[in-house]
Design a protein around this ligand. Structure first.
Ligand SMILES: [Mg+2]
Length: 311
């Protein structure tokens, strides 16, 4: 390795001083320092992506840089938090400067879009493993938890589901005319930060759809100790996903495939007119426990679950 760890950090990651006032000290000392305004809480999340587990070997480094930050920002969106900082830990098999340049392009363009400062991290040598920790700020008591859904609340999602799942099928050999846009949904998900912020004091519960709608909605149901009825016909599906279902009969795919990173949330019916534009009602919360799916007016069995890491 011609580049030392310190050279690498200086060249690729210590690019700009922090922009956000809350980040008093960024990269360059033993720790970063945050000055949290009074009455606010810090929301903190961490996600790791491992080669051959979360992405294929040889995956586009620019997309990896984008997605690694996006999945973390998506968790902040699901809490209604406003992102301000991130740390990055990279384990690299070797120093490949063209890989690092492209990775940083993906990472920093999304960071800039959402005003996120990179305030620290670590680099080590080993099997390709990418970790981000993201920090958001929120007024005390305003965080969108999973545990406050109430019977009678509507269940909403912020946009189409199944596109990323179809993208994964395309990577595995399925062919369709809209392949580029479906692959883009898989590789470059957009964290729904604005929607999350707009849901504060309106949604009763919220989660981001990372592991599939049914798996993630179930987390809300368990945390809130309620059940739900959802209606297949109400799911927002893109034309390529509808065409895929028509061809394959695999109508469970958009419910069980992960990686869409839309928000799934619940809200009292009195709030419907105040929800962010584009929110789609797909069902309602019930006192009776369990998740029931109706298609063509018939109750369906939901045997296939979302992605589970240790399954
Ligand atoms: Mg999440």
């Amino acid at each position: 390795m011609s580049l030392t760890e310190f050279d690498l950090i200086k060249r690729y990651f210590e690019v700009e001083p922090p922009r956000q006032a809350i980040n008093q000290l960024g990269i360059g000392d033993d720790c970063a320092l945050l000055q949290v305004p009074s009455g606010c809480q810090v929301a903190l999340t961490c996600d790791t992506m491992v080669e051959n587990v979360h992405f294929f070997s040889g995956a586009d480094p620019e997309s990896l840089g984008h997605k690694l930050l996006a999945v973390n920002l998506s968790d902040l969106a699901a809490m209604g938090a406003e992102p301000f900082a991130a740390t990055l830990a990279l384990t690299l098999p070797r120093i490949d400067e063209s890989w690092l340049t492209a990775f940083c392009r993906g990472f920093f363009s999304l960071a800039k879009l959402h005003k996120v400062d990179l305030i620290g991290g670590d680099t080590t040598s080993g099997p390709l493993t990418l970790t981000v920790q993201a920090f958001g700020i929120i007024q005390q008591g305003a965080a969108l938890l999973r545990s406050n859904a109430e019977p009678g609340d509507g269940i909403f999602i912020s946009g189409e589901i199944g596109n990323a799942g179809l993208g994964l099928k395309i990577l595995k050999g399925y062919t369709c005319s809209d392949a580029t846009s479906m692959l883009n949904c898989l590789d470059k998900p957009q964290p729904r930060i604005a929607q999350g912020l707009a849901l504060r004091h309106k949604a009763s519960a919220c989660i981001d759809i990372s592991d599939g709608l049914t798996a993630d909605l179930n987390h809300i149901l368990e945390a809130s100790n309620v059940g739900a009825s959802i209606y297949w016909e109400k799911l927002p599906l893109s034309p390529p996903v509808s065409a895929y279902i028509e061809e394959s009969g695999d109508w469970l795919m958009p419910l069980t495939a992960g990686d869409d990173y839309e928000l799934c949330f619940t809200a009292p019916t009195t709030m419907i007119d105040e929800l962010p534009a584009g929110s789609i009602c797909i069902g309602e919360i019930t006192a009776e426990s369990g998740l029931r799916l109706y298609r063509d007016g018939c109750l369906q069995s939901l045997t296939r679950k979302g992605y589970e890491h240790f399954a």
